[in-house]
Design a protein around this ligand. Sequence first.
Ligand SMILES: NC(=O)c1ccc[n+]([C@@H]2O[C@H](COP(=O)([O-])OP(=O)(O)OC[C@H]3O[C@@H](n4cnc5c(N)ncnc54)[C@H](OP(=O)(O)O)[C@@H]3O)[C@@H](O)[C@H]2O)c1
Length: 330
Amino acid sequence: MRLAIIGFGFLGRNLLKIIWEKMSLIREIDKDFLIVGAANSKGYIYNGDGLNVERLITTKDISKLSGFRAEPALNLIKNDLCDIIVEATPTNINDGEPGLTHIRLALSKGIHVITPNKGPLVLAFRELTELAKKNDCDLLYEGAVAGAIPIFSLVRECLQGDKIIRLYGILNGTTNYILSRMFFEEISFEIALKEAQEKGIAERDPSYDVDGIDAACKIVILSNALMGRDVKINDVERVSIRGITQEAISLAKKANYAIKLIGTINKRLEVAPKLIPINHPLCVHGTLNAIHLETDLAREITLVGYGAGKETISAILNDIITVLKRRTRK
Ligand SMILES: NC(=O)c1ccc[n+]([C@@H]2O[C@H](COP(=O)([O-])OP(=O)(O)OC[C@H]3O[C@@H](n4cnc5c(N)ncnc54)[C@H](OP(=O)(O)O)[C@@H]3O)[C@@H](O)[C@H]2O)c1
């Protein structure tokens, strides 16, 4: 199989490094596995016999490499230069671009897609999964929700006979960090936010995280993927954590509760601050994420893990290996 990485930023680069480290494991599954392309916003580098990975890893700006083509990454897909793409361009929840066009074209050509990019999944989940089915190819997105936590694989592989009844989750590490600092250090929201911004955990414009937009995107993907719904971002009610005071956190703490931003899939879809008993498995701190599932047979399962960062590569690599195992002829 020939893999192209579209979006050669933080995740794309780290993925390439890890694939390089794990190449012998991957080649045991697919002896012909090659990384043939890597693209950024300016163009791409391609070699049908396999890229010089060591050179790519050590080069800061791939557009300076000889052989770099200043053409849209879409050409890697259009010209059938790969069999799998990892689509890791920036998330855009307004129109899904550029990822949506990359993923649509790839799937319509039978090219397998692995993506941590929420935008296309939030806007066009049903269309994209139907396109993958129609063209007999895989669309996997484990890294798009809760980073390294294998929620989709768990349900797909281990809960095949279960019905998921409800889901609750801490799905945003930035807000969990802010609320944890308020809980443990007894500081205000403003100070905790400033600290998170200084550490690079929160963006300069924090609204995407603190107003629950990011968590709402994840609720949409989880609902559509795990519960067969067809919901959109406007179906999720949202309450920001901006209004949470230190007084509210202290009062909750005295009663053995923490305030957490919880995404809920029940009859209603919601992202809102909730009181969680401090001994509940969902009550995790720092930048950790957690997902609590209620099913008819297993009853309750909680998963805890890193929701972003390099750990996300675990999810992306597992998706790649899943495709190779399903699709490689021995
Ligand atoms: N970082 C995480 O921990 C994490 C975790 C889970 C999910 N995600 C999601 O994964 C995706 C990638 O995240 P990231 O942190 O790696 O982002 P990033 O560092 O900003 O990298 C994005 C890459 O996409 C490239 N790009 C932009 N427009 C493009 C286009 N039209 N064609 C081809 N490439 C294009 C950028 O090119 P330039 O280098 O030229 O700008 C850059 O290389 C995002 O959707 C993000 O939400 C990230």
